[in-house]
Write a protein that binds this ligand. Structure first.
Ligand code: ADP
Length: 452
């Protein structure tokens, strides 16, 4: 049995060793999930709703325990980790209403009755990344279970601990055995098996665009449906007519939250030329005041990067000191620390185009609205972005013009479970969350009943 050592990224201390699941054990879990799913889909909608509500309740009760696990495993600040655990409870509660609301249609036709049913697709394979292990898992499994599916879930190698605990809580809540199975393992083994196994009818993947493309190619083999949530290189567009103090004060959290390990991170700040100097004057103290340190402390805003290999990758983007405008602080000593870093490169530089996935932001000046839009859209990605302006017409024009799935005006709003989330272009395929999410785990069936 291969094992994987889990390391606390803030201290580099060993936490525990995890046994990695192989293909045989994955196949076994999928076979059991097939049986459990059929029983679950045949359970009364109101009973399924009840179980999901108890699941939500137990997760809410264990908020502190789950949050502490994430602080140790992923280095997330405790305040953020509590929000993440609560998000799992909220998502479950929200989708607990869905089993009784998977309402089909009755379509007028000649000679009988024509109705549609939303049939559960069957077993769903969910592959999650290490940046937000709890919420991203829940955005997949909660609507999938609500739609009548069974779930096999593979967490990222570095951060499996909260998903393992959540699956235990599901059993405590009364979710039937084998309906939500967490399989810690390698992407190339367990994740790939979800793609190749014919009984896994849908794959939900969040991670890098490169791996997403591999999974999409694999799914084509069986015409398997999939949802992809991939990378981002999101623009934070600051116009001269905006509340500049507010825009500058909000910008650090917009990019450095979760140490920038967020596909929605506003990692490109675009500032109208006439206020560029003024913005940088306001932005510098805000970056320097961003509190980086012990994630167990209540007032910490940013913890370490998740792992040594990731720290090395991020460090590789800032090897040329001449690009650095200014930096915040970070602890020295053990832990995978990297300070908030502000770069002012040329438009063509790779730090402007590649997803760094760390606390590094590039700031570029722009000429006018057309230039801002051209710059914002000059990327293969299209996940999120922000627009700062007091001109409502401009807010409308620019938010319609930016090619991205999730935008906020005069804020960097985070993801909400009640609204759809997903990307344009190479940031993804399909949407998660929002009222329609359970439908993504169903097939529409149309049946005609002849009246004679
Ligand atoms: P990152 O580069 O941020 O680690 P990845 O896209 O490589 O992101 O990983 C996201 C998730 O996808 C992880 O759970 C990982 O194990 C899994 N994964 C990696 N490669 C594959 C693959 N070939 N097939 C399925 N899952 C994979």
């Amino acid at each position: 049995m291969t094992t994987f050592d889990i390391i606390n990224p803030a201290t580099e201390e060993f936490i525990r060793s995890i046994e990695l699941v192989d293909v045989e054990a994955t196949d076994d879990a999928i076979a059991k999930a097939v049986v459990a799913q059929k029983r679950w889909a045949a359970t009364a909608p109101a009973s399924r709703a009840q179980v999901l509500r108890s699941f939500a309740r137990i997760v809410a009760e264990r908020n502190e325990e789950l949050a502490q696990i994430e602080v140790a495993n992923a280095g997330h600040p405790i305040g953020q980790a509590r929000w993440e655990a609560q998000n799992v409870a909220n998502v479950l509660e929200y989708y607990a209403a869905a089993p009784e609301r998977l309402i089909g249609e009755q379509i007028p036709v000649e000679g009988g009755v024509n109705v549609t049913f939303h049939e559960a697709v069957g077993v769903v394979g969910i592959i999650t990344p290490w940046n937000f292990p709890m919420p991203i898992a829940a955005w997949g499994f909660a609507p999938a279970l609500a739609a009548g599916c069974a779930v096999v879930l593979k967490p990222a190698e570095w951060t499996p601990l909260t998903a393992i605990r959540i699956a235990e809580l599901a059993l405590e809540a009364g979710l039937p055995e084998d309906l939500l199975t967490v399989l810690p393992g390698k992407g190339s083994v367990v994740g790939n098996r979800f793609v190749t196994h014919p009984d896994v009818r849908k794959v939900v993947f969040t991670g890098s665009t490169a791996t997403g493309k591999t999974i999409m190619r694999g799914c084509a083999e069986q015409v398997k449906t999939l949802t992809l949530e991939l990378g981002g290189k999101n623009a934070n567009i600051v116009f001269a007519d905006s509340d500049l103090e507010k825009a500058a004060a909000a910008a650090p959290a917009g990019v450095f939250d979760n140490a920038g390990q967020d596909c929605c991170s506003r990692s490109r700040i675009l500032v109208e030329k006439s206020v560029y100097e003024k913005f940088m004057e306001l932005f510098e103290p805000a970056v320097k005041a961003f509190r980086v340190g012990d994630p167990a402390k209540d007032d910490t805003e940013m913890g370490p990067l998740v792992a040594k290999a990731h720290l090395d990758k991020v460090t590789g983007y800032v090897d040329d000191e001449s690009l650095v405008a200014f930096r915040g602080s970070a602890p020295s000593g053990p832990g995978f620390w990297f300070p908030p870093t502000v770069l002012t490169p040329e438009r063509t530089h790779r730090t402007v185009h590649e997803e760094i996935f760390g606390p590094v932001v590039t700031v570029l000046p722009f000429e006018d609205e057309a230039d801002a839009l051209a710059l914002a859209n000059d990327t293969e990605y299209g996940l999120s972005g922000s627009i700062w302006t007091r001109d409502i017409g401009r807010a409308l024009r620019v938010s319609r013009g930016v090619e991205a799935g999730n935008l906020s005006v005069n804020s960097h709003s985070s993801v909400r479970y009640s609204t759809p989330f997903g990307g344009f272009k190479q940031s993804g395929l399909g949407r998660e969350q929002g009222p329609d999410a359970p439908l993504a785990f169903t097939e529409t069936k149309n049946v005609f009943f002849a009246q004679d």
